[in-house]
Structure formats: C-alpha cells, structure tokens
Design a protein. Structure first.
Length: 539
C-alpha cells in the first residue's frame, strides 16, 4: 500500500459508549482477556494510550524506540491479540484494534499480500485512526518474506488456513470481541484489499457471505493455481533457452512499440492505452533487422514475448488463463520487477510460481521449473490446490441476497496478475446472476495505465486504501459505503495522477473517470485531456 495516497492519522469523534442498554454490557479492554472464543484464545488485551506506539508481540518486552512498526500518532485503542486453532496444525495469529472513543460503529477487515505471514499493522493503524474497529491476521504462519512458501511444505492444514480459513476466523473472532467491548455488534462490516488480499476478499464473498456487508477486491489473485501455473510457464518461456531471456534494458523499446501501435486508438495520445483489448501490437514488429541492440528483439525473444502476452494454452489452443496486457512494460513497478527481473530467475513471479509448485503442489524443495509441463502440471495444481486456494466460484447468490455489495478493480498495466483474469471472473458472475441482477450488487473498474494495485503512467489514486477517507466520487471505499448504507450505486469514480509520490496537498497533474466495465472513458473532444470533466463513460 506504500504507493497509495495516505492522509495524516487524525481521529475526531464523540465517545461511542455514551449511555443506552448496549453500553451497559460493554467490558473494559483488559477484561477481554477472559472472553471465551470458539477454537481460539485471547493472549493479550491492553489499552494503548493516545500518541506514539511501537508494536510488540504478546510476551515480548516493549519495543525499543525506532523499532519496526512504530507509529508516531495514534488515538487511544484497545489492542487484543488472539491465537486461533481451528485444526490440529493451525496457529493463526490475529490482532483486533478497537478505538477507545469515537468508534464509528463499523468493522474493517484487513487483507494480506503475497503468501502473507505477517499481521498488517499499517492497515490496523489507519483503520483505528479513522474510527473503525479493525482486525488483521498472519493467516496461520510467521514469515517476513511474502514470496516464501516453505511454511506450507507438508502442512496441508496451514494451506487451508492461508487459503480461506484464517481470514474467516479473523472476522468471526473480531466480531465477538467488538460485541464484548462495545456491547453491540458493528452496524456495518467491510473488507477492502488488493492482490492476494483481493483473493481473500472474493473468498469472503463466495464462502463466507455473512462476514461482510461490502467488499472491495483489487487485482485479485483469485485463480491462484492458474496464475502461478502461468508464472512458471512464463519463466520457462523466457529462461529455458538462454537466448529467450528479455532483459530489463529492452523494456523501454517494447513499451514504445506498444504505445506507437495503440496509444492514440482512444482518440487521446497521452502515454496510456485506455483499452488494451483493442490493441493490436505484434512483438514481431520489433525483430532486429541486423545486429542485436536494446532497441530490438531477437527471434527467441519475440517468441518469449508472444508467450507472455498470449497466456496459458491448452492442447486445443484455448486460453485457460490470460496473458499480460500491452502497455506499461517499462514503468516502475512493472515488468522489470515482476516478470523479467534484474537478472534471470530474479523476478517476483518466478519466486511466487516456483515456491508454489515446490512447497504446495509437488511438496518437493528440489523441484525445478524446467521440468514444468503447462498442461499436465496445471491440471495437477488445479486438482490438488484449487479447492483450498481458488476463489473463482461465480455463484454469489447468498452474498447478494443478504444485501452485500462487491466492487472489483484492476490496473490494465498490472505486471503481476493479468488484468483480463478479473474481467473473466466478472463476466462469469454476470453470466450466473444475469446482467440486471449482477448490476445491482457488483461493479468492475478497469484502471488504464495502473500497475499492480497502484503506480504506473495513468491516474492511479482513487482512495484504494482500505477505509473511506474522501468523497464517494474520488474514493472507492467511500463509494462502497455509500452503496451499502445509502443505496447509491457508483456510476464512475475519479482517479488522480500526482506529480511525484502521492501526498496530501500534492500536485494533481491528471484526472480521469474510471468507468463501470464494459464502459470506457471517451474524450469529448474539447477541453484539457488531463481533466476528467472532459471525458464520458461509453461503450
């Protein structure tokens, strides 16, 4: 979340426990230590005074000044640590933070990135500072390196905890603690996260529809087995033959080729491809006419690039998982980080893919990616792991029936999770529910030029921080709350691009409407192309 616009952590409000029968049932924070939970126990319940806070684990000495996860300004809150053991091999750590005063009556669940392994303290701090009771989990294992899955080797119950059980245990235990502390249930419960957190979000909507009233799933890694099968397939395409490797030095030429072919197709030449699905960029156009240089590609490199854009293929020529979209290849946070890496075998997707197959699918730390067979091994991954890890069920009737609202978003230039995978899931939900019914409870926003969750050449700031902090026209979390609480469906959301790092009061250099899919933003032909007011959403 480091790329997102972060405001100052300031809490304002009146005490939530002022009178009434519900308040009479409330407990002191420290008294929560004796609260009985199902398959879980509270290991710490302490009141944290307003001001600076350095997080320590239960049983540890107070963290030293300057320690990791030190916060300079937080409101007073009740900090509760929980250990949940729903299976014999479970050890799920959870923290619940509750404002001592000024509770807004809402609960905010916090998600995890990568293979998780840590509690999301920044998310807890942000939520409690804005009046939300909040909870986060390490999903059942302690691992500072989010690309490592060694914890999963020969631990199938921990895989289930990571897959979906821990995030549900977190919601259930947090609500019990909220009820005990405030003497009442939260009025509304929300979950907003991205990447693996987006997968967790969809797990909640699909498997545990009673946990949350509103859910935002950003760039969801929901088709987990096929995403990481494609990651290894891509590694094999670019690395099995040393001549196929595409070094980061060639990415600017690739992005320039894509921009030349497609940037102006939406009527605005602005360095952003509005709809990559309409782009017809052929990597062969970059084939070196003579000696190789950073401005062209060799024949093996063209073939590798075709494989990255083309997606996972089956024997019938179908695409069970889509490839990457054109555009943004050379941007910070793009291909050099996720796909090509600083050197062979140094990319994030190489790490995620190989860790998945070594530790979860084949349970063999010595497994090598060069032995990967895309058809055979994708099927093995699906058969063994899809039930625990994939959040691809399009049947959201239970969530819709209880009034739940779901918003999905995905950056078109995402170099981690191909953007079309989220379109495919949205279409499956629409097909299952029917277009009219789907429109009543789910929206999808594709974000031109945005990288993984944030960043990139296009406007990439639209409040995707996990809690509402702005107005519903510029803040996707506020838009979700307005939809849930007031019945106002979000027609469009305005995204902003900042000069330099996003910051409160920073200079906004471009705004653009994000349109509910399948609509896209079209320039009206008059006024600045950097101002969202001069665009309309249309097919």
């Amino acid at each position: 979340m480091k790329h997102l616009l972060m405001a100052a952590l300031i809490l304002a409000g009146t005490p939530a426990l002022a009178g009434g029968p519900a308040a009479a049932a409330a407990q002191r924070c420290e008294d929560l230590a004796s609260l009985t939970l199902t398959n879980a126990r509270i290991t710490l319940a302490e009141t944290i005074d307003a001001g600076a806070f350095s997080r320590r684990a239960p049983g540890e000495a107070a963290a030293a000044p300057g320690a990791a996860h030190a916060f300079s300004q937080l409101p007073a809150f009740c900090r509760v640590a929980v250990t949940s053991k729903p299976s014999s091999d479970s050890d799920i750590k959870i923290e619940v933070w509750l404002p001592v005063s000024g509770w807004n009556g809402k609960f905010q669940g916090i998600g995890n990135g990568g293979f998780a392994g840590t509690i999301s303290l920044d998310g807890l701090a942000d939520a409690v500072s804005r009046g939300y009771a909040s909870a986060s989990t390490d999903t059942g294992h302690a691992e500072m390196n989010a690309t490592s899955a060694g914890w999963a080797l020969h631990h199938p119950e921990k895989v289930v905890d990571f897959g979906h059980r821990a995030i549900h245990e977190t919601a259930a235990n947090a609500k019990a603690i909220i009820r005990a502390f405030y003497g009442e249930d939260p009025r509304r419960s929300y979950f907003s996260s991205c990447s693996n957190g987006g997968r967790q979000a969809l797990m909640e909507a699909q498997r545990y529809p009673g946990d949350y009233d509103g859910i935002i799933a950003g760039a969801p890694a929901n088709d987990w087995t096929r995403l990481l099968s494609f990651a290894v397939s891509s590694a094999k395409a670019t690395l099995a033959d040393p001549e196929s490797y595409v070094p980061a030095a060639k990415l600017p030429a690739i992005e320039a080729g894509a921009q030349a072919a497609c940037d102006a197709s939406d009527g605005v030449k602005d360095g952003v491809i509005e709809n990559p699905l309409a782009c017809r960029f052929a990597p062969a156009a970059l084939l070196c006419p003579g000696a190789e240089s950073d401005s062209c590609l060799t024949k093996p490199q063209v073939a590798a690039l075709d494989a990255l854009y083309g997606g996972l293929k089956d024997p019938d020529g179908q695409t069970p998982f889509p490839g990457y979209s054109t555009g943004g290849e050379a941007e910070p946070g793009g291909w050099a980080e996720w796909i090509t890496g600083s050197a062979p075998e140094k990319s994030l997707m190489f790490a995620f893919g190989t860790q998945f197959f070594k530790n979860m699918v084949f349970e063999d730390p010595d497994w090598q990616f060069r032995s990967f067979d895309a058809v055979r091994d994708t099927r093995i991954a699906d058969r063994k792991m899809a039930g625990a890890l994939n959040a691809t069920d399009p049947d959201l009737r239970a969530f819709r029936t209880r009034g739940g609202k779901l918003i999905l978003f995905h950056g078109w230039s995402d170099a981690a999770i191909p953007a079309v995978s989220t379109i495919n899931y949205y279409r499956s939900v629409e097909a299952k529910a029917g277009e009219k019914n789907a429109g009543a409870f789910v929206r999808l926003y594709m974000v031109p030029g945005m990288q993984h969750c944030a960043g990139g050449a296009g406007p990439d700031v639209f409040g995707q921080s996990g809690v509402a902090r702005g107005d519903r026209l510029h803040d996707i979390d506020a838009a979700l709350e307005a939809w849930v609480e007031q019945g106002i469906a979000p027609d469009q959301i305005i995204a902003s691009k900042y000069k330099g790092a996003p910051a409160p009061g920073g200079e906004v250099v471009r705004t653009r409407p994000l349109c509910p899919y399948p609509l896209t933003a079209a320039y009206t032909g008059t006024g600045s192309t950097d101002d969202a007011v001069n665009f309309v959403c249309k097919k």
